[in-house]
Write a protein that binds this ligand. Structure first.
Ligand code: 5AD
Ligand code: SF4
Length: 434
């Protein structure tokens, strides 16, 4: 979501005549798009901001520093910016991205600092000017905000209430992307499965229906989506995944924790059994489905038995990949006030224990691809070796392969896997499809 916001901001700057700098420290205008999901991102922001201030004060290339995203969306940070970072030129939030060009122009023409944060939860931004980081794959917002209030999470406070984009706008955006060479779209939302709830009755469709409509777009090759919330993923969505040939065989379904009592404390609205039932259904309908997830370790009150439940889910589902997070206290969320916080050393020990299982299973899943031929959307050359191309399979595996050339970037090719690694697959080009 954050990456796509950055694309939108870059698109606006390009329309204003700016060009992207290779090195942020050489840029005249710097936009720091912040994240506040975990404390680590907070800390990095303050560190970066200090570095840009130094450059601006020393009259090195940096002239204007802008701050946006989730951090200034929090009242505490707004006070901090006003008190300690009043030198920042332009501040805007997640819901005022559209104001950015005006704010920047006003800063330049009046010399006055600009500050625009609003908690107007009803805004559905206009995405027309988005600049895409990649030509062949694109992120497309379908919902904004979140209504779930998981007790650890800051997002509902920074991104506001959930609202859906009109299906006609989504389809039009994807059609125009496809005309410009996009082969793969990822439909984005904090909880894509609740898509449609805020739409006017005459245009209300469900996420499953949206998938079926997007699947009809000619020239589009692949559809992905994230994130799905287990409490809202319906049988209809699983059937749509099964029926739509463009929807990739890949499901990102965060479970956070295996213990049903911890899930209740997190306000997730499903139990371990509910979650495993969904996985079983999905595996039954789509036999070749790859899974990924988000796992949180060290939520307040977590016991060793709870960690065993988390490990048990990993062993039962057998994820192809997983994002593992150590719980990080976010001020203003209910979990931050819970008294049974877990000591840092215990969190780290548990984290390592879970990570070992996750990594072992990822390696085992990858090994199953030995000798198989996969369709790969070529994204570029490998960072380490220009003669090696890299791309993604429909199962979202990173595939590095030899035997191709740069003209294949953006195309779909067939690759035979000859050397599966723990986090990627190596192979050789088999057949080149125009
Ligand atoms: N601490 C650690 N991880 C968090 N996430 C969200 N909030 C927190 C937090 N306070 C993780 C969840 C979510 C992912 C995007 O970030 O696992 O699914
Ligand atoms: Fe945060 Fe929960 Fe919403 Fe995801 S569903 S953004 S974890 S509140």
């Amino acid at each position: 979501m954050n990456e796509h916001d950055s694309e939108n901001i870059a698109g606006m700057l390009e329309s204003m005549g700016y060009v992207l700098a290779d090195d942020p420290f050489k840029a005249e205008v710097v936009v720091l798009n912040t994240c506040s999901v975990r404390e680590h991102a907070d800390k990095r922001f303050y560190g970066m901001l200090g570095q840009f201030k130094k450059r601006r004060d020393e009259n090195k290339d940096t002239r204007i520093v802008c701050v946006c995203g989730c951090m200034p969306q929090q009242p505490r940070v707004q006070d901090e910016i006003k008190k300690s970072f009043s030198w920042v030129d332009v501040v805007f939030g997640t819901q005022t991205i559209g104001d950015f060009p005006r704010l920047l122009n006003d800063r330049i023409s009046t010399g006055k600092k600009q500050f625009s944060i609003t908690a107007n939860n009803s805004i559905v931004p206009d995405e027309k000017e988005s600049k895409r980081l990649h030509k062949h794959k694109a992120l497309v917002n379908i919902t904004y905000g979140c209504n779930n209030f998981c007790t650890y999470c800051i997002v509902p406070y920074t991104r506001g209430r959930e609202r859906s984009r009109k299906p006609s706008d989504i389809i039009a955006e994807i059609e125009s992307l496809v005309k410009n060479g996009t082969k793969e779209v990822t439909l984005l939302g904090q909880n894509v499965n609740s898509y449609g709830k805020t739409l006017e009755e005459d245009q209300r469709i469900s996420f499953a229906q949206l998938l079926r409509q997007v699947n009809k777009i000619e020239g589009l090759e692949r559809i992905r989506f994230m994130t799905s919330h287990p409490k809202d993923i319906s049988d209809d969505v699983i059937c749509a995944m099964r029926d739509c040939d463009k929807v990739c065989e890949f499901l990102h379904l965060p479970f956070q924790a295996g213990s049903s009592s911890l899930l209740k404390k997190m306000n997730r609205h499903y139990t371990k059994e509910d979650y495993l039932d969904i996985i079983e259904k999905a595996k039954r309908e789509i036999p070749d489905l790859a899974f990924s997830t988000d796992i949180m370790i060290g939520f307040p009150g977590e016991t060793d038995q709870d960690v065993e439940d988390t490990i048990d889910i990993c062993e039962q589902v057998r994820y192809d990949s997983a994002f593992t997070f150590i719980y990080s206290k976010r001020r203003g969320t209910p979990a931050a006030k819970m008294l049974d916080q877990i000591p840092e050393d215990v969190k780290h020990e548990r984290f390592e224990r879970v990570l070992e299982v996750v990594n072992r299973i990822s390696g085992e899943k990858n090994a199953e691809y030995m000798g198989k031929t996969l369709e790969v959307l070529v994204e570029g050359t490998s960072k380490k070796n220009e003669a090696v191309l890299t791309g993604k399979s429909r199962h979202n595996k990173t595939v590095n392969f030899t035997g191709g050339d740069k003209s294949m970037i953006g195309k779909l090719v067939q690759v035979k896997i000859t050397d599966p690694k723990s986090f990627s697959l190596n192979g050789e080009l088999v057949k080149y499809i125009l």
